[in-house]
Design a protein around this ligand. Sequence first.
Ligand code: PEP
Ligand code: MG
Length: 592
Amino acid sequence: MPTIKGTPVAPGLAVGSAHVVRARPDAVPVWTIRAQEVPSEIARLHGAVEEASAQLQHQQEIVRDTSGEQDAGIFAVHRLILEDPSALSSVEAKISEERINAEAAVQNLIERLKSAMGGLDEDRVRSYSADMSDPWRAVLDILLQREQESITSTVDRVILAAAELTPQVVTFLPRDRVLAVITESGGRFSHGAVLARSFGFPCVVGLNNLMARLEQGLQVLVDGDAGTVQLRPDQEAIDSFLEQTRRRVERREVLEAQAGLPAVTPDGRAMAVQVNMESLYDLRTFDVEHCDGVGLLRTEFLYMERAQFPSEEEQFRLYRRLVEALEGRPVTLRTLDIGGDKQLPYFNTPKEANPQLGWRGIRISLEWQDLLRVQLRAALRASPHGDLRLLLPMVTSLEEVRDVREIFEGVQTHLIDQGYEVERDVPLGIMIEVPSTIWVLDRIIQEVDFVSVGTNDLTQYLLAVDRDNALVAKIYEPYHPAVIRALAEIATVANAAGKPCGVCGEIAGDEAVAVLLLGMGYDHLSVAPNFLAGVRYAIRNTTITEARAIVERALDAGTAAEVQTLAKEVRDRLHRRLLEDKAGISSDADGK
Ligand code: PEP
Ligand code: MG
């Protein structure tokens, strides 16, 4: 019953048989053509491009009808890629100059699109280049007369498995036939991922060697929250799946009924429960009225969605749209946090032996100050349109904070001189992700307006465990007592200084951890959209006194297992509470 760990893209659980829609491209045959065959080979190429374009149009119409104009736009872009005359003429030139078959010439273009992505590693190249090369792969399929595998004869709903997460894969089947989508590669924020999230399928990507381990029809269990896929789950795993599914349905009912209630403890302590966002698409995944703003906007993903650095104007429009969409609620914009595991396809950074300890986050912004200035200008220009805050990633020292503040103030003065209207008191905060910051926090806190703990990175740096390395995934442990104690220490220092403190790492979405953070003195949490309602519920159903007692026990723990046992206790209590609420809802309904 092997379990493969990947990257969670869209939440939910599913069990069913796998349907493999596309293997990795096979070796493409190359053969020489005679001079007089060149025109007919080019005509064959044109025919395949037209057919691929017609298929895309068909898919565009289906998605427009089922999901709306905006999602369908991806297919329009793919058609434009096919219509790009320079790409087409480069393939034609390859055929006529090298006298090779159309398949080989198209394959050559696909390879060139990949290598144009520069010094990225294999998986990232696949993820970023997929959107550019995918329409051309469809052309290749047609040329090679590869029959797209059809599952029309299958009656059951299936788990779609593919090498790459492309929009085509996600829309391969009608939505009511798909239980989940799993892929070997593909980025968390590729367009395919965006569609999977908006269609509501559980989805996991980055599953190593998935295609080699799968066979058609194999039973698999997908956990879109944990990012795991179990092959051939045994009865015990299926029973646990059924139990979890039953709990989820019950939970959803109660949480939906209470989604609009404020996150205030029974004894009156308010916690701002905010949302983490990576793309404007995310706005569709939650109700703005049910959150207290955006606690973390990972702007690097807005940069990743583009073919080059977004201009000041482009960024300004984006940030403005977002702050306006949040209707006066805070929007915490984190400055560009690239490096480590996040690369921009158009920004070549040197290969590093230890990228997680290398050129990342604020270190890049302070070296490439023009990039930072453009981003700050765009953000400050958007500031009068809502409640905008700025957050700096990967800060390790007070000097960095001072350097950024100087740049920030310079940008602000310059904008005012140029006649722009800007908010004068935009709060400037830092992320606490590097242990060194904790030990100078009493000093740093005097010079920032708020702090937000990035537990994803803080855990990796405290425990010396690469967050992306599958070999050490088992010991990447956010429940480690060192992480818990570090979190408590940060809140103590921030509270003593009277500065707001929050947590925006993934762990804040765990309702038991949310209770712990409440007890430690945090005042804002920022979580992925699907955890909003659960965290708000946990806060509403825990008194500050109860939360503090739990913190005391957590700080006493010597092992992660002890903290986990405590967390389970909290979850079980909340679940019992939820069942009582559910009983209340049912009897209300009966009484009507
Ligand atoms: C974190 O490190 O916890 C965080 C929120 O930032 P990211 O996951 O984007 O590195
Ligand atoms: Mg981080």
